[in-house]
Design a protein around this ligand. Structure first.
Ligand code: SF4
Ligand code: SF4
Length: 289
């Protein structure tokens, strides 16, 4: 049976993508899903070759039917997002349209309709360590949760076809809607955090959210040796919150150099970070049985 491991962090910059990129190189027969659709960066490390490209229609936008419009401009004065500019006929700026539907309801000429709008793209790719499903949401577009659910479903479909042992999902940062979309149905969560006060704070918020889904959670502290005291505090807090400690990753400049070269840190297997992540992977494999 395929198990999904979702990798999360309370916020960006804690090393989540480095860890996911490294885990991708370990173990056999897995699918990778980059669910950080607002700011995907796993492709920078894993250099996927795109095999399939699909449009994502994430929202509906208002559209004026010029022949039906008699230019009363009621829609212009009513749109509180300032999305409709006066003209003959008026013009709707799709970037500002929030799809609230007010203009369609109030237009006396029924001259406004709604159309599905393309708000991003998703891809199925091959990378050195197996298939990868990833996406990109257009700037300033919402509904990233829907896109996360879509690419996770696609990842599961490919995993079934290939009888994959694991799906590794690089989750979005934070605790918002896209994180929730990356959690439902996951078999295990790995939280990557850093030994700082904000790292502890974010970890606690994430732990509360994960507890709602009743998914086993493991924690690893990245760059743990930069603050040993804080690392101990975070590990204690994790256990108290019902989570397990998967391991620690040493501060290692190799991770930065690997990223700059567009490589996984596992391409430098003798580096301290690579060795630490390998130990974490062994823990996760044991957990998955
Ligand atoms: S409310 Fe309808 S008829 Fe009036 S300007 Fe807008 S689209 Fe045209
Ligand atoms: S759907 Fe709402 S936001 Fe979009 S143009 Fe109409 S009134 Fe403005």
């Amino acid at each position: 049976m395929t198990r999904e491991i979702t990798i999360l962090s309370g916020k960006g910059g804690s090393g989540k993508t480095t860890v996911t990129g490294a885990l991708a190189a370990l173990g056999e027969n897995k699918i990778l899903v980059d669910a950080d659709v607002d700011a995907p960066d796993l492709h920078l490390i894993l250099q996927p070759q795109i095999k399939r490209r699909e449009s994502f229609f994430g929202s509906k936008k208002a559209k004026i039917i010029p022949e039906a419009c008699f230019q009363c401009w009621l829609c212009v004065t009513s749109c509180r997002f300032g999305a409709i500019k006066a003209g003959e006929p008026p013009k709707i700026n799709p970037l500002f349209c929030e799809g609230c539907g007010l203009c369609e309801r109030i237009c006396p000429a029924e001259a406004i309709e709604f159309a599905e709008a393309r708000t991003g793209e998703w891809y199925v790719s091959d990378m050195a360590y197996g298939p990868m499903v990833h996406a990109r949401l257009d700037p300033a577009q919402g509904n990233s949760g829907k896109l996360v659910s879509l690419i996770r479903a696609e990842g599961r479909k490919i995993a079934e076809e290939k009888r994959a042992d694991f799906i590794l999902t690089d989750g979005p940062p934070g605790i918002g809607c896209p994180v929730i979309a990356s959690l439902a149905g996951a078999g295990l969560v790995l939280i990557v955090t850093e030994p700082t006060l904000s790292g502890e704070h974010d970890l606690r918020r994430l732990a509360e959210l994960i507890a709602l889904f009743k998914i086993p959670a493991w924690v690893c502290v990245n760059k743990w040796d930069l603050n040993r005291e804080m690392t101990l505090k975070i590990e204690e807090a994790s256990r108290a919150l019902g989570m397990s400690v998967a391991g620690r990753i040493r501060f290692d400049l190799t991770t930065v150099q690997a990223q700059l070269r567009g490589r996984s840190v596992m391409d430098y297997p003798e580096s301290p970070a690579a060795k630490d992540i390998e130990e974490i992977w062994k823990q996760l494999e044991r957990m998955q049985g």
